[in-house]
Design a protein around this ligand. Structure first.
Ligand SMILES: C[S@@+](CC[C@H](N)C(=O)[O-])C[C@H]1O[C@@H](n2cnc3c(N)ncnc32)[C@H](O)[C@@H]1O
Length: 261
């Protein structure tokens, strides 16, 4: 399904965030232009991507365990098993999951996201988060917005500069969710390794990808009006609900899960 943006072909002349991230995770769905950006990033970027993905696994499984059975994941990325629907349907086979991304390569691989368990359902929307109303309208074809939904914006909002209003877009999405819903968000930061900030920003800038890493004080407003669940707004390895705790290492991502009151 396409919402608001035309379906477009894969452009291998310019790097794309989904493909750079795929390279960082050890995937094969990337091109030399993407590898050029990824190789300029600090070596720690690979571990940071893996820790971010591991947070997505833990938070999604926890929410499914809490009885949440509807998920809207925007900025999905190239499918990397296990994907969100595989994680939540392992807990709740009937869970419904809608994915959305604006990158044509994710659309190309969307079939892998559409292999739902028969008890549940998945859908994919080719859409840009900067058009949140179009995403909500399409997502409503599979999700019932009269019941709680978990909205995930994982490693997405740092691609939106302040002037594109990432906070306002998040608010629009959250306001469409009923009480008992959750926001799951992770966001790039250089707070724990300020010495790597310049190298990271410059690698993306050279690839003409806008990257706005944010400080803790700048990430907090994404959760305005919501109730952060324990352990609150923390770095990726610090968010866990089940023992054993992941090994603590410094991280390039702040993460949080918050409930809509
Ligand atoms: C770093 S990847 C994160 C993938 C996945 N959420 C994860 O954390 O494992 C960021 C994803 O956001 C997508 N993205 C970037 N800007 C976007 C936008 N304006 N609208 C929708 N998706 C976007 C990219 O195409 C990419 O797939």
């Amino acid at each position: 399904m396409t919402a608001g943006i035309p379906s477009s072909r894969i452009d291998t002349s310019k790097p794309h965030p989904a493909r750079v991230y795929d390279w960082l995770l050890g995937g094969k769905d990337n091109y030399p232009v993407d590898q050029e950006v990824a190789e300029k990033l600090p070596a720690e970027a690979r571990a940071n991507a893996a820790r971010n993905r591991a947070f997505m696994h833990r938070a999604s499984a926890w929410l499914a365990g809490q009885g949440v059975d509807q998920f809207l994941d925007i900025g999905t990325g190239i499918p990397t098993a296990p994907n969100l629907h595989q994680i939540v349907q392992a807990v709740t086979p009937g869970a419904r999951v809608v994915y959305a991304d604006n990158d044509p390569i994710v659309l190309r691989h969307a079939e892998a996201l559409l292999v739902s368990r028969p008890e549940g359902a998945t859908d994919y929307i080719h859409a840009d988060v900067r058009q949140p109303d179009a995403i909500l309208e399409s997502a409503a074809e599979l999700l019932d917005f009269g019941r709680p939904v978990a909205l995930s914006l994982i490693a997405l909002m740092h691609f939106l500069p302040d002037e594109q209003d990432p906070y306002g877009i998040t608010r629009t999405l959250v306001e469409a969710l009923p009480s008992g819903s959750h926001l799951v968000l992770s966001h790039g930061t250089a707070d724990q390794h300020p010495e790597l900030r310049r190298e990271t920003e410059s690698a993306y800038r050279k690839g003409a990808i806008s990257l706005r890493m944010r400080t803790r004080a700048e990430v907090e407003p994404f959760f305005e009006g919501l109730e952060l669940v324990a352990p609150g707004l923390v770095t990726a390895p610090e968010w866990y609900r089940e023992e054993p705790a992941p090994v603590y290492e410094r991280s390039g991502f702040y993460v949080g899960v918050a409930r809509v009151p």
